[in-house]
Design a protein around this ligand. Structure first.
Ligand code: NDP
Length: 252
């Protein structure tokens, strides 16, 4: 656990990111929360109901905005000791020959470039402190193709390797890195994707979907306690669930 509990959670205006922010506040962390849409982000910060969480509208794909956001958080609370790279998009969805190439690359800029931008902005302080934790939101789609989700699957596969590279370069310098698979989670992203394209995930029954606070509990635990070895972590791992204290369910 870091002495100076200062975190940034990207994409925290809704979904899994908001729940991570809520749980980190409960665990005594000071937070910068980010998303592109300012109004929803400020409403989310209001819902957190604490002066220990500040909302900073920021596109993770823009390195300058990211550097400014990290400086603002450090200026307010002190050096950032934890980063949760949660922001991500799933569109464009469709068969590969029908996808817009610009939209395909924009997804890469956000889902991979965003993680790079955020990581490079927080790493100098973590290296100086010889301490820090970075959790990247991965997906089962990193390891298994999902029809119509080629851009998303490809980005999450790239992110899995980026997480391993981060761990290889900075693990020896006190920075713990995890790439976390949250399962199938009922959020705007997943529910919207299910409605827009028929594939195996669209056909999952409602019971297969987790509420956002369930994976968020694992992520808050990884940030705050994280007594586990290994970059890759998954909610489907019963050992991790036991450590976090999650109640068992019929489906994960
Ligand atoms: P949501 O779409 O519900 O929330 C995404 C959040 O990211 C929003 O706050 C959004 O705000 C923000 N965001 C999107 N693009 C950017 C950007 N360029 N810069 C900054 N913020 C951005 O998604 P989920 O909660 O479902 O997903 C969160 C993470 O979990 C994602 O990385 C996703 O890939 C991953 N995941 C989700 C699963 C699921 O089943 N839901 C399964 C596996 C992984 P705004 O649009 O205003 O920027």
């Amino acid at each position: 656990m870091a002495d100076n509990k200062v975190a940034i959670v990207t994409g925290a205006s809704r979904g899994i990111g908001f729940e991570i922010a809520r749980l980190l506040v409960e665990r005594g962390w000071k937070l910068g929360i980010t998303a592109r849409g300012r109004q929803k982000l400020e409403e989310a910060a209001d819902r957190l109901g604490t002066a220990n969480a500040i909302a900073i509208a920021c596109d993770v794909a823009d390195p300058t905005e990211v550097e400014d956001a990290v400086s603002m958080v450090a200026g307010r609370f002190g050096p950032v000791t934890a980063l949760v790279n949660n922001a991500g998009i799933i569109d464009p969805i469709g068969h590969i020959h029908e996808l817009d190439p610009d939209a395909f690359m924009q997804l890469m800029h956000i889902n991979i470039g965003g993680v790079m931008n955020m990581s490079r902005a927080v790493l100098p302080a973590m290296i100086a402190a010889r301490s820090g934790v970075i959790v990247n939101l991965s997906s089962g789609a990193a390891h298994n193709p999902v029809e119509g989700w080629s851009a998303y699957c490809t980005s999450k596969a790239g992110l899995a390797m980026f997480s391993r590279c981060l761990a290889a370069e900075y693990g020896g310098r006190g920075v713990r890195v995890h790439d976390f698979i949250p399962g199938v989670v009922s959020t705007d992203m997943l529910n919207g994707a299910q409605q827009r394209f028929d594939n195996a995930i669209a056909r999952l029954d409602e019971g297969a979907k987790l509420p956002a606070d369930v994976p968020a509990r694992c992520i808050a635990w990884l940030v705050d306690e994280g007594r586990v070895e290994g970059v890759q972590q998954s909610i489907r791992d019963p050992e991790l669930r036991k450590l976090v204290g999650l109640e068992e369910r019929a489906q994960w």
